[in-house]
Write a protein that binds this ligand. Structure first.
Ligand code: PXL
Length: 280
């Protein structure tokens, strides 16, 4: 058996509501990697649930990183998600400087909002921190709202025109990221998809699929986690994007048929076997 690759997951643990680490850990582990979580905080449920309780771990993150340095851990990939404070973003910056080697893939999901709004706990002052992290990343995966925030333009609502998405890709190129994937694009003809820009080939692409009904918190985390799994299994980048998109859409379609309230996120667990086959 080959030596397993290690992937650091810097994200929160939302105990209820399938997002962040409760999505990333099972998906990335079952696709064959050793997932090493760095929890940024522990939430009773994600922030769309009224009355959530949070144990913030900002002041522990640096000591976790210091311990990992002392025991000589090396990561093949680093995937960052929800960060709640500027201080956490600062710590992640230092983490990347310490742990990102020339062959370490860095994926930053600039989690800040959706549907034109900031998530609770995140505000305008956070955007410049995220821009800085995006500049250090090989891949970023903003949704349209986050792409608009990073580009410094007004947030709009779906459906989105192809011209608007192209303008966003052009603005985000200036961040200096290797590869950009704008996710969850609801098009004017009722489809959903992703727009991709690859600064190595200087090519842009858009991929669309018929839209399944429903919006689910954590869908972006399902997408980013499956993208990481596909890329780290050696899939070519645009193939990896399409694998992640089709897995996420499949989960949306299946979950929309159930009567579980949307806030609980995507029922990705019964679909994982399909993802494992697709990424291998
Ligand atoms: O998936 C995004 C996300 C992650 N973590 C927390 C959240 C959200 C979205 O609401 O609240 C704590």
């Amino acid at each position: 058996m080959e030596k397993q690759k290690k992937i650091a997951l810097i994200n929160d643990m939302s105990c209820v509501g399938r997002c962040s680490l409760t999505v990333a850990l099972p998906i990335i582990s079952s696709c064959g990697f050793q997932a090493v979580p760095m929890p940024t905080g522990i939430f009773s449920a994600h922030t769309e649930f009224e009355g959530f309780v949070c144990a913030d771990l900002t002041d522990k993150m640096q000591s976790f990183a210091d311990h990992w340095k002392n025991i000589g851990i090396r990561f093949d990939a680093i995937y960052t998600g929800y960060l709640a404070t500027r201080e956490q973003a600062e710590t992640v910056k230092r983490f990347l400087i310490d742990f990102k080697k020339s062959d370490t893939l860095c994926i930053v999901d600039p989690v800040m909002g959706d549907n034109g709004n900031f998530y609770s706990q995140i505000d305008e002052s956070f955007i410049s921190e995220m821009r800085f992290l995006c500049a250090m990343a090989d891949i970023i995966t903003p949704n349209v709202t986050e792409a608009e925030m990073l580009a410094g333009v007004e947030c709009t609502q779906a459906p989105y025109s192809a011209d608007h998405i192209k303008e966003l890709l052009i603005s985000l190129r200036n961040l200096g990221t290797g590869r950009i994937v704008i996710t969850g694009i609801e098009s004017e003809d009722g489809q959903i998809g992703c727009a991709v820009y690859d600064s190595y080939t200087r090519k842009a692409n858009m991929f669309f699929t018929p839209k399944a009904e429903g919006r689910f918190p954590g869908a972006g985390d399902v997408f980013a986690s499956s993208l990481v799994s596909a890329v780290m299994n050696g899939k070519e980048f645009t193939d990896a994007v399409q694998i992640a998109m089709s897995f996420t859409c499949d989960c949306v379609e299946k979950t929309a048929l159930t009567d579980e309230p949307r806030g609980f996120g995507l029922q990705f667990e019964p679909q994982i076997e399909k993802l494992i086959k697709a990424v291998k």
